[in-house]
Design a protein around this ligand. Structure first.
Ligand SMILES: [Zn+2]
Ligand SMILES: [Zn+2]
Length: 446
């Protein structure tokens, strides 16, 4: 058992034990796939969901009973965009610590990006990640590279990566600059029915920029990344998806222009899904303050106008998914001058609290819509069976206390890196229990 100062506990020893019968009583069961939002008991047995109903505790007298009155019981959350840094940068994060951070954040599965050292661009490397993830408190679905070594030139072997367990391909961290290479990748991806996850950016326009280009960057004297760099990148990828008929998933949307382009593309039937991240719905370039490197990410924090457009895109269904883009960096790469600092922030342990605080508590998203964007849709996009509480499905679920108020304290993170954009912020709502294949892997006691 791994215990933290805030009283939370990670039950790593449970992962290899046989699953015990568990009954969670009187929770609010929220399962958009089965159109369920009601108070009930849920029984987990042999690692699967056995039954949902009322007064079930008399029927299963030997089950471990947990009273979850006042809590939401939801399908295990999925974060489809994280960086776990292993192999290569185990000083920042490992598959073990990253999956503990995920479990503590309420996630039972994650998709991890291939920009590791070496890059996940062939069968053996995909297999390595899957094997390292086997005894971890969260399921891992690797994303393979689009191009070998992310060099944007030669396509990686999609077929062998998919056969060994890759669920998508992406060169995340940078855009595939050459349109002909992207076109070939999209055509190639159709044979495997996998999405191409696009880090959409015109890198000739974002070149050497460190934050959003605008009034704030001018005031601070920092070279900016204009919104048009993202808008043109998204537009190109949408047009290529439409032309080839392939399926794309646009990562971390941050601009009003990109939301507008995607909304129009969806209307004319382009096969596109979209994600944004908790920081783009809550923060703006004003929050960079005086060169706060924990507010430096790619794409950068934009203006209030962009933030509001992204929220609107979530509310009207243009944006399907909320993912964290969890990007751990150590202090040597963040406690430096702004221009020299690495891009990216951690997010696994704050994502749920930020979304409940900024969207659900404000009535912008219902709890059920939140579950769609943080559990159901990511599973569907990656052709996985999770994200629902159907009878017989794997007992992967998250118990959420929607009222719990807490302050973000990076020192209590399970993640090896502490580079959060939400340091000290008061949030409402947190995962209090995470169950993986019928085993309790995480419990929060404070
Ligand atoms: Zn990216
Ligand atoms: Zn990323």
């Amino acid at each position: 058992m791994v215990k933290r100062a805030n009283g939370s506990k990670m039950y790593l020893e449970n992962i290899n034990k046989p699953a015990q019968d568990i009954i969670l009583t009187n929770g609010r069961i929220i399962d958009p796939e089965n159109k369920m939002d009601q108070s009930a008991d849920i029984v987990l047995s042999d690692g699967v969901i056995k039954e949902i109903g009322t007064d079930l505790h008399t029927k299963y007298p030997n089950a471990l009973t947990k009273d979850v009155s006042g809590m939401w019981v939801v399908p295990g959350l999925m974060d489809m965009h994280v960086h776990l840094r292993e192999p290569g940068r185990e000083d920042k994060e490992t598959i073990a610590t990253g999956t503990q951070a995920a479990a503590a954040g309420g996630f039972t599965s994650v998709a991890c990006m291939p920009n590791t050292t070496p890059v996940l661009d062939e069968e053996s490397k995909i297999r390595y990640v899957i094997q390292r993830g086997e005894a971890c408190p969260c399921k891992i679905h690797p994303v393979g590279a689009i191009t070998k070594n992310l060099d944007g030139e030669e396509l990686a072997p999609f077929g062998e990566m998919v056969n060994s367990g890759a669920r998508a391909v992406s060169d995340d961290g940078k855009a595939v600059a050459k349109s002909n290479i992207m076109r070939n990748a999209l055509n190639y991806s159709k044979s495997f029915d996998i999405p191409v996850i696009c880090h959409s950016e015109d890198s000739t326009l974002s070149y050497k920029g460190h934050m959003n280009e605008g009034l704030v960057s001018t005031r601070l004297g920092v070279r900016g990344v204009p919104v048009i760099a993202e808008d043109i990148g998204v537009m190109r990828d949408l047009l290529l998806a439409e032309y080839t008929g392939a399926r794309i998933h646009v990562a971390h949307v941050s601009t009003a222009g990109a939301v507008r382009l995607i909304r129009a593309a969806k209307k004319r039937g382009v096969r596109v899904t979209v994600e944004t991240c908790p920081h783009y719905i809550t923060l703006t370039d004003e929050d960079v303050g005086l060169y706060d490197t924990n507010k430096k990410m790619n794409p950068p924090l934009r203006t209030a106008l962009d933030r509001d457009a992204v929220i609107e895109g979530l509310c009207d269904g243009t944006i399907d998914v909320i993912a964290s883009d969890h990007a751990p960096h150590n202090s040597e790469e963040k406690d430096v001058e702004f221009d020299a600092a690495a891009f990216g922030v951690v997010g696994l342990e704050t994502s749920l609290g930020v979304v409940i605080t900024a969207l659900v508590k404000k009535g912008l998203l219902t709890p059920s819509q939140m579950v769609e964007k943080m559990a159901l849709n990511p599973n569907k996009i990656l052709s996985l069976t999770g994200g629902n509480l159907s009878t017989g499905a794997a007992a992967d679920l998250t118990v959420i206390d929607p009222e719990l108020k807490w302050h973000v304290d990076p020192q209590s993170f399970y993640s090896k890196s502490k580079n959060t954009a939400f340091d000290g912020m008061e949030l409402q709502g947190a995962a209090v229990m995470t169950v993986l294949d019928g085993r309790i892997v995480y419990e929060r006691s404070s």
